[in-house]
Design a protein around this ligand. Structure first.
Ligand SMILES: Cc1cc2nc3c(=O)[nH]c(=O)nc-3n(C[C@H](O)[C@H](O)[C@H](O)COP(=O)(O)OP(=O)(O)OC[C@H]3O[C@@H](n4cnc5c(N)ncnc54)[C@H](O)[C@@H]3O)c2cc1C
Ligand code: FES
Length: 267
């Protein structure tokens, strides 16, 4: 996949809203980032000073190249994301990117299946929206703690699709985990051509087991703590299998999307 130019950007925050409990949607004027591919991310400064020093990686949740706008969907999970959630429209955010390698084969004709756990839906939504626009078949499985911690159904319907949902408390869709929906789906005769998944590690572990058992190609977007974000510090490295050997690959540069056969998850 050819890399687009990676640049520093000061982007005007046009709008910000809380679309689920603790999940903030940012709409930014970012013409040079709006050509990013689904699965790529930006590395952004969360405060207006050098504290916190390290930038935080956030997936591009949606890009509208014609309008020159991108969206980020940020779940408050610590100090940096809490600071970010306090920013207001009219402020400028400091972003680097787009970084990383996104989801492959998004333009193939075979049906795709997206499996998202919680905020893992952020990059997968962009991938699904791209297939929706291209008229290519796909299904979207979404799992979360509870309905209040997921965007409302209208959020997806506005982009022309309705995810199959599972919540742990049964407040939306199936009571249980996203992987229970996946297991049911893979038991059907007409299997998807490819699975793309992003979410917490226990979910990804089960997705790997199920996809491998069903013989369906899989791509995973992995998370890792990042420092430099540009491939220099090796702080984000994860083990992968290469021709029977274990080697390390950088999530920021070689990922965040990896082939499900190569990741060291499951057997
Ligand atoms: C490719 C990628 C895409 C992502 N996309 C999204 C997204 O779209 N939306 C979203 O909400 N989240 C996303 N995340 C997760 C998001 O980056 C983290 O939730 C965020 O960095 C947490 O920052 P914080 O300051 O709020 O949390 P904190 O836990 O307070 O701080 C996290 C930061 O602290 C430092 N740190 C803390 N502990 C360690 C440690 N043990 N080793 C090294 N450094 C440490 C690092 O700088 C780290 O980045 C993504 C992560 C990755 C890797
Ligand atoms: S964060 Fe430094 S190499 Fe990936």
């Amino acid at each position: 996949m050819e890399r687009k130019a990676e640049i520093a950007h000061r982007c005007l925050l046009l709008d910000k809203s809380e679309i689920a409990r603790g999940w903030h949607l940012f709409e930014l004027e970012a013409p040079l980032l709006a050509c990013a591919e689904p699965g790529q991310f930006v590395h952004l400064r969360t405060g207006c000073s050098s504290d916190p020093l390290l930038r935080r990686p956030i997936s591009i949740h949606y890009a509208d190249a014609a309008a020159g706008r991108i969206r980020l969907l940020v779940q408050v999970s610590g100090r940096g994301t809490a600071l970010l959630a306090r920013s207001s429209p009219g402020e400028e955010l400091d972003l680097l990117g787009p970084f990383g390698r996104g989801f492959p084969f998004l333009d193939e004709a075979a049906p795709a299946l997206f499996v998202a756990g919680g905020i893992g839906m952020a990059p997968l939504f962009f991938a699904a929206a791209q297939r929706q626009r291209a008229g290519l078949p796909f299904e979207f499985i979404l799992g979360g703690r509870s309905s209040a911690f997921l965007p409302p159904e209208e959020y997806f319907l506005d982009h022309g699709f309705a995810p199959l949902t599972a919540t742990e408390d049964g407040s939306r869709g199936l009571r249980g985990l996203a992987t229970a929906l996946l297991e049911k789906r893979l038991a059907e005769a007409n299997r998807p051509g490819r699975i793309h998944a992003c979410g917490p590690m226990p979910m990804l572990t089960r997705v790997v087991e199920l996809a491998r058992a069903a013989g369906v190609p899989l791509h995973l977007s992995l998370e890792s703590r990042m420092a430099c974000g540009v491939g220099a510090c090796l702080g984000c490295a994860v083990p992968v299998k290469v021709q029977g050997n274990i080697e390390y690959r950088r999530v920021c540069r070689d990922g965040p999307v990896f082939d499900g056969e190569a990741v060291c998850i499951g057997n």
